[in-house]
Structures are given as C-alpha cells and as structure tokens.
Design a binder for this molecule. Structure first.
Ligand SMILES: CC(C)(COP(=O)(O)OP(=O)(O)OC[C@H]1O[C@@H](n2cnc3c(N)ncnc32)[C@H](O)[C@@H]1OP(=O)(O)O)[C@@H](O)C(=O)NCCC(=O)NCCS
Length: 174
C-alpha cells in the first residue's frame, strides 16, 4: 500500500486528507456547478466526514491504494480543493486513476494544474507506469489539465467519459 505524503508546490500544499478537513472542504466545494460533468451534488459537512472516514480507512483490497489530498492555497491559508489517485496493480505494473476538484471561487488560476502536476511527479517516483483519467468530452478544463500532465485521449469510453492515458517508459518490476 502506498501512503500519501505532504507535497508542496510554489503556491500550494497538498495535505494527506483527514476527516478534520471535511467541514472546511464542504464550504469550499459547495457550488452545485462542480458536479456538472461528474454527477452527484455537493456533500454536507456530515456527508463529507463520513466519506472522508471511508477514504482515510483505505481500500479493503490491500493491493489498492487510495491516495487523497486536500489542496491548501498558501496565500489564503485555506483548503480550496482535492486531488486523488487510486493506485492499482495491473499486469504486474502499477496504474493510477487520477482526478481533481477546485472550488469555484479559486478556479481559473492554474491551481488544479499545479496540484495535478505535483501529484503526477509523486506518482512517477513509485513508479506508476500508467496514468488514467476519465473525462467528459465537453469538459475542456479537465482536458487541459490532463494534457498538461502528459495524458492523451484514447478511443475508450466509460460511463459517457473518455479514457485519457499516459504510459511511462519505466520498466516493469523484476
Ligand atoms: C476541472 C477543475 C478542477 C479546473 O480547476 P482550475 O483550478 O480552474 O483549473 P486551472 O486553472 O488549472 O485550469 C486548467 C485549464 O482549464 C482551462 N479552464 C479553466 N476553466 C475553464 C473553463 N470554465 N472553460 C474552459 N477552460 C477552462 C484553463 O484555461 C486551463 O487551460 P490552459 O492550461 O490550457 O490554459 C474545476 O473546474 C473543477 O473542480 N471542476 C469540477 C470537478 C471536476 O469536474 N473534476 C474533474 C474530475 S477528473
């Protein structure tokens, strides 16, 4: 199992997700528009506490790592979003499905891209061999973030979303 560490960038701290982040995150992510492409609706503080409890407990499958971070904007000392990676073994290699959310007031400032690049750099160290993101075909912002991380769209679809993928050149483990 891979445990997420604290990751830092110029403007951001990526903090391993805690149940204690739920109340602040519920406020930061309260805009229903955040769910336009991914479905669902904003969680209440109570719902997020329960969800984060499950996330922090980790996958019941010991081979699978649920890595979740709260993204903190240094200059405002506030939590503004999340990034996540679900790392699974696949044909003797590691594959990570990645995703991101940034609260509406903080969007359009490159925060999701900066956080996603830090996440990907960390995943490369493990090494994760395949990065995957599922993105709605009309979701231009997420497509830009995936591109910045080196992923490209494949012809594969899942639940109305396109599978984006990046295969690294790292050799498989012996
Ligand atoms: C997707 C999301 C994380 C982007 O957050 P953000 O911090 O605004 O993203 P960035 O500022 O890093 O911008 C990323 C790219 O999207 C573009 N972008 C941002 N908002 C956009 C918009 N409304 N329409 C089109 N492009 C947009 C930016 O120009 C940038 O592209 P560029 O690097 O080519 O200029 C945010 O909109 C969000 O949380 N959406 C809801 C959750 C979601 O759908 N997550 C995706 C799950 S995979």
């Amino acid at each position: 199992m891979i445990n997420p560490p604290v990751l830092g960038t110029e403007r951001l701290e990526l903090l391993p997700l805690l149940v204690e982040h739920a109340d602040e995150m519920a406020a930061a992510l309260s805009d229903p528009a955040l769910h336009t492409f991914v479905g669902g609706s904003p969680g209440t503080p109570r719902e997020l506490r329960a969800r984060y409890q499950r996330m922090v407990a980790g996958s019941p499958d010991p081979g699978v790592s649920w890595c979740n971070w709260a993204v903190r904007l240094r200059e405002e000392s506030r939590l503004v979003g999340t990034v996540q990676a679900t790392v699974v073994p696949s044909s003797g290699r590691l594959e990570a499905e990645i995703a991101w959310v940034v609260g509406t007031p903080w969007q359009g400032r490159g925060i999701a891209t900066e956080a996603a690049l830090a996440l990907v750099a960390w995943l490369e160290q493990h090494p994760v061999h395949t990065l995957v993101a599922h993105i709605h075909p009309d979701h231009r912002a997420s497509a830009s973030i995936a591109s910045a991380c080196g992923l490209v769209p494949t012809g594969r679809w899942h639940d109305g979303e396109v599978r984006w993928q990046r295969d690294t050149v790292a050799p498989p483990p012996p």
